[in-house]
Design a protein around this ligand. Structure first.
Ligand SMILES: Nc1nc2c(ncn2[C@@H]2O[C@H](COP(=O)(O)OP(=O)(O)OP(=O)(O)O)[C@@H](O)[C@H]2O)c(=O)[nH]1
Length: 483
């Protein structure tokens, strides 16, 4: 389809060279034909785009339709004024509408549900900018003795509006993370910059020369846009990843750009309509403040959620899922702290490695699920008994192994605690047909800094583990001191 643009451009060039009576009408007709092709390309792109991007492509399509309306009016105007009116008023409405739609497209965030209300503020700002822009044009074009001459003033105003849309679209292009969205903003930015530069050059030539050659430029943005719409997505567009700094900078500058544009329009009104100028300035300031308040509120709520999530994760990292006891990581964290504390205070530290006796046989006999229930029951019994004593904690060391940490207990007292833990498990009378006692029992190996000198906490743990091994070899269901 893109190839059809070439004969259209050549036809327009032919018309300009041939210079018929209705040169402008023929030229506008060529632009309208190019625009129609671009609208068709945009419609095709809209149909094939991912659903969440459809509003973006629809806005671009509507902006093109608005431009079609503007050129349609220029075409009709040129039929009655073959030499063209320098500033035709009616099309400006459609040009303003087109700019409004492009601004909303540049401000629209398809998947940011987080800042939905900020999007509403942006849409209000875009409408206010377009309305004031149109009003200012209306004022200038209808003034009895315009100064500066309206053509120059209108030209500068269109340049400013074009610059605003182009900067805004480019900011979105460099800061968008999603590649499908980036494709849209690439197309929009190129189109917006062309819409700024090409009509700007065209208008200046028209003002200062008699030649109709610049008319050839009018269709150029639509040709390039149609060409881009028909192209596949470029690899560099897909692979580009904006850095976090660029994203944050662009996101914080975007609302500022909108409010600044409104402030500029307010200043243009200052001498003519002070009430409108003041209320516009207030709107610009309030909308900027409201937008920031919305985003800040969302950030604070987000931060709260993150803090809760972090706390939950920290808990999950040190807690065993099955038994809800601290896991090995949680135990090591506590052990390190208590070891350092014991070194400073000289308090005794006792560690017991606890293991359920013949647990493999239990699993084999009653099944893995019953094994899990047994583990939970033993864990709860150990925890309940341990929590009756101050500074005693129990953790699941792994598999069917538990560990008890006792701070500030003399060897006899810690052995006493361990004996009570053992008795408590035995007293539950969980049936275990392949155990010597017919019920589930535990064995424990005990080591204490009060009975030997250990250079680090691992050595103390190893000693308790060795003692457990001895307890197992000596018949199980017992508490054994390290030899
Ligand atoms: N159901 C269940 N079983 C587990 C879990 N973790 C480890 N086990 C089982 O625990 C058993 C441990 O077996 P062993 O290390 O041979 O020890 P044991 O049978 O208790 O023998 P002794 O220690 O000498 O009394 C293995 O069969 C593991 O599959 C668990 O989370 N759930």
């Amino acid at each position: 389809m893109s190839r059809v643009y070439v004969p259209l451009l050549l036809a327009q060039l032919g018309v300009i060279a041939w210079a018929p009576v209705h040169l402008l009408s023929w030229s506008y007709a060529a632009v309208l034909a190019m625009l129609m092709l671009t609208v068709a390309q945009c419609w095709r792109r809209l149909r094939f785009s991912v659903p969440h991007n459809r509003p973006l492509w629809s806005l671009l399509l509507l902006a093109l339709v608005a431009q079609f309306g503007a050129f349609g009016l220029l075409f009709t105007d040129s039929l009655s004024n073959p030499l063209g009116t320098l500033v035709a008023f009616d099309p400006t409405f459609y040009f303003c509408l087109g700019s409004l739609l492009l601004t909303i497209a540049a401000a629209y965030n398809p998947v940011a549900t987080l800042y939905r209300w900020a999007g509403v503020v942006d849409a209000v700002l875009a409408c206010a900018i377009a309305a004031l822009f149109y009003f200012t044009l209306h004022q200038v074009l209808n003034a009895p003795s315009p100064a500066p001459p309206p053509a120059t003033f209108v030209m500068w105003m269109f340049d400013a509006m074009g610059l605003f849309v182009a900067v805004f679209a480019t900011l979105r292009l460099v800061s968008t993370k999603r590649s499908d969205e980036r494709r849209f903003f690439f197309v929009l930015s190129v189109f917006a910059w062309l819409e700024l530069v090409v009509p700007g050059i065209h208008n200046r030539f028209i003002l200062h020369s008699e030649s109709y050659l610049p008319e050839l430029l009018l269709g150029l943005p639509f040709v390039v846009l149609g060409f881009l719409l028909g192209r596949r997505r470029k690899v560099w567009l897909r692979s580009y990843r904006p850095s976090r700094r660029i994203r944050h900078l662009a996101e914080s500058v975007s609302p500022f750009v909108m409010s600044l544009a409104l402030c500029c329009l307010a200043f243009a009104q200052l001498g003519k309509n002070p009430v409108l100028a003041t209320s516009t300035l207030i709107l610009a300031i309030l909308s900027y403040a409201a937008r920031n308040a919305i985003v800040l509120g969302q950030h604070l709520a987000f931060e709260d959620d993150l803090r809760k999530l972090k706390r939950g994760l920290q808990q999950a990292v040190v807690r065993d899922d099955l038994t809800a006891l601290p896991n090995r990581r949680g135990f090591y964290r506590l052990m390190r702290r208590e070891w350092d504390g014991a070194l400073k205070t000289g308090r005794a530290l006792s560690v017991a490695m606890i293991d359920i006796d013949s647990f493999k046989a239990f699993n084999d006999t009653y099944g893995h699920l019953a094994g899990d229930d047994c583990l939970v029951a033993v864990a709860h019994a150990l925890h309940r008994e341990a929590s009756l004593q101050p500074d005693v904690m129990v953790a699941r060391y792994g598999g069917e192994e538990f560990v008890a940490l006792m701070v500030g207990y003399a060897p006899a007292a810690s052995e006493d605690i361990l004996e009570r833990l053992r008795q408590r498990v035995e007293a539950m009378q969980i049936r275990h047909a392949r155990s010597a006692q017919d019920v589930v029992t535990i064995s424990a190996g005990l080591a204490s800094t009060a009975t030997a000198r250990y250079t680090d906490s691992d050595k103390l743990l190893n000693a308790a583990d060795e003692a457990l091994y001895v307890a197992k070899r000596s018949g199980k269901n017992r508490v054994q001191w390290v030899e």
